[in-house]
Design a protein around this ligand. Structure first.
Ligand SMILES: C[S@@+](CC[C@H](N)C(=O)[O-])C[C@H]1O[C@@H](n2cnc3c(N)ncnc32)[C@H](O)[C@@H]1O
Length: 193
């Protein structure tokens, strides 16, 4: 018989596949991020920097949970997710997180009053490579504009190169290469110049 945690992992993967079938472009992965990748993403967020944290595309909530384990109180996290079933799953998994059902690419409108305070970091699970370069660049520039000076925009991808190259507006560095993920993933940190 499957253990409780094994059964939970199976249910999570099954729910993720449901989301993938509903929106192949929006989900853009065959499995949720592994706990190792989720921790590598959360590590880039400094819990001591004041202000809320924004998560884009939390899916089943694995990165949300890693942020909480890193020491970010659930009430400090705002997450934007457009799939209503994932919204419900994150609400059940991480009570106290402010989850907005909406489009992360329409950031300022989707955030509403949540944008009134500068964020201390953004973590994005959006499969950016499925969007044209201009949309990716616009999303990152728009999110960086909502951040405190020096705060990071953290993105993972499965590609060798960052999803958006650095330029006049922002720098990018690779902070981790995570083999314990399907497929192996890189963690990129963008900062406004
Ligand atoms: C690759 S999954 C990542 C899920 C999770 N962060 C993880 O690491 O396992 C991408 C997530 O982004 C969500 N998503 C895609 N496009 C979105 C959009 N425009 N606005 C908000 N969420 C979006 C999908 O529904 C999905 O939950």
């Amino acid at each position: 018989m499957a253990s409780k945690s094994g059964a939970n992992a199976l249910a999570e993967h099954w729910d993720f596949l449901r989301g993938l079938l509903a929106s192949p472009k929006g989900v853009g992965a065959i499995a949720p991020s592994s706990p190792v990748l989720a921790r590598a993403i959360a590590r880039e967020i400094d819990p001591a920097m004041p202000g809320p944290i924004l998560e884009l595309g939390p899916g089943t909530g694995v990165v949300t949970e890693a942020l909480i384990e890193r020491g970010i109180a659930p009430g400090r996290i705002t997450a934007i997710e457009y799939d209503p079933d994932f919204v419900a799953r994150v609400a059940a998994r991480c009570p106290g997180v402010n989850i907005i059902e909406g489009d992360a690419f329409n950031l300022r409108e989707t955030l509403g009053h949540a944008k009134d305070q500068p964020f201390a970091g953004v973590v994005s699970g959006l499969p950016l490579l499925n969007w044209p370069m201009a949309s990716r660049r616009g999303l990152i520039a728009g999110a960086l504009a909502q951040l405190r000076p020096g705060a990071p925009f953290v993105q993972f991808s499965y590609g060798l190169m960052p999803p958006v190259p650095e330029g006049a507006e922002f720098s990018v560095e690779r902070t981790a290469l995570v083999w314990a993920n399907i497929p192996p993933a890189r963690v990129w940190v963008y900062r406004a110049r």
